[in-house]
Design a protein around this ligand. Structure first.
Ligand code: SER
Length: 317
């Protein structure tokens, strides 16, 4: 039977790129995008606020959905500014999907967790899969609770939910929104366009990051792995690379020597300091053969090339 896939939060940073890949793999007629606003980019689309369970159910029935990717969430920085909405969207959205999935025979769900599930008590270097988890952000608390619920629904109801603890994600095709790691995307655009950037984190703040093609590959590989290989039903650690603002600025300067970066840490500094510097992803490597393809230097070259091309197109249009 052909799968019918619903991508909730399809216009976001991950959704935009995942949608393209899923449509390539499953066919345009089998992938339905859903978000609060129609981006008008074509393809099957449904307007959906994930907090509206009735609407979600009617979309699931209408398109005979068999798989759901739930990507709608408030990220770390935005959730700190809107605490109650962060909790509500991230938790009730997940419950709506889990309950509708359970009652309507949905065979597989993808739900993203984050490095934000870790906290000040967590070992910061090579953070293990199983360790102290004491998140100090609303976002991190909601993701840790979500992980526990995903595992609970798997153990109690046999729901096949799969999850990754994404690090900061970097890509040129879509804009991030409201995260602490967003600087690592903005810095590229500003470097290409204005040759300068003011970073909202301290220059030595090391964080785990990943280039978007690796994140998409990890997501699809995890979803395609045989169920018996998935030993972790909370969420998998995955690692791509780790760097500080100073290191990414230096990598950019190799391509754009006149680029200047200054540092003016704001409230996001505290969030970043509560997260790991690097991640141990042995479990993902062993269970479903996870391997990243990009490091800081290969990503930097690719980002600058593609952002420059996009800007040239804009200028000539
Ligand atoms: N990139 C996210 C954030 O910064 C972490 O999952 O909020």
């Amino acid at each position: 039977m052909k799968e019918n896939i619903l991508v909730i939060g399809s216009s976001g940073q991950i959704g935009t790129e995942l949608l393209t890949e899923l449509r390539k793999l499953a066919g345009d007629d089998h992938v339905i995008a859903a978000d609060i606003k129609d981006p008008g980019t074509g393809g099957l689309f449904e307007t959906l606020d994930v907090l509206d369970g009735h609407r979600l159910l009617s979309i699931v029935k209408k398109h005979r959905i068999t798989q759901v990717y739930l990507l709608a969430a408030l990220l770390s920085a935005t959730a700190e500014k809107n605490m109650k909405l962060g909790w509500k969207l991230n938790m009730e959205g997940l419950f709506n999907v889990l309950d509708i999935a359970r009652e309507n025979g949905i065979s597989k769900i993808f739900w993203p967790s984050s490095i934000a599930v870790f906290g000040p008590g967590t070992p910061r270097k090579n953070t293990p899969q199983h360790t102290i988890m004491d998140p100090s952000t609303v976002y991190g608390i909601s993701k840790l609770a979500g992980e526990r619920w995903c595992e609970y629904y798997f153990l109690r109801f046999g729901l096949d939910i799969r999850s990754i603890r994404y690090p900061g994600l970097i890509g040129y095709k879509s804009a991030p929104g409201g995260g602490t790691t967003d600087y690592a995307v903005h810095i590229f655009h500003e470097a290409v366009i204005r040759k300068r950037y003011e970073c909202f984190l301290h220059e030595n703040t090391m964080l785990p990051m990943m280039y978007m093609p690796d994140a998409i590959k990890a997501t699809i590989d995890l979803m395609n792995a045989p169920a018996e290989k998935i030993n972790i039903r909370s969420s998998y650690n995955v690692a791509g690379m780790s760097f500080s603002p100073l290191e990414i600025a230096a990598a950019i300067q190799k391509h754009i020597p006149e680029f200047e970066c200054t540092y003016k840490p704001d409230y996001r500094q505290k969030i970043a300091e509560s997260w790991p510097e690097s991640i141990d992803d042995t479990a993902a490597r062993n269970d479903w053969n996870w391997r990243p393809s990009y490091d800081l230097h290969s990503m930097t070259g690719d980002m600058i090339e593609n952002i420059s091309l996009l800007n040239e197109k804009k200028v000539t249009l």
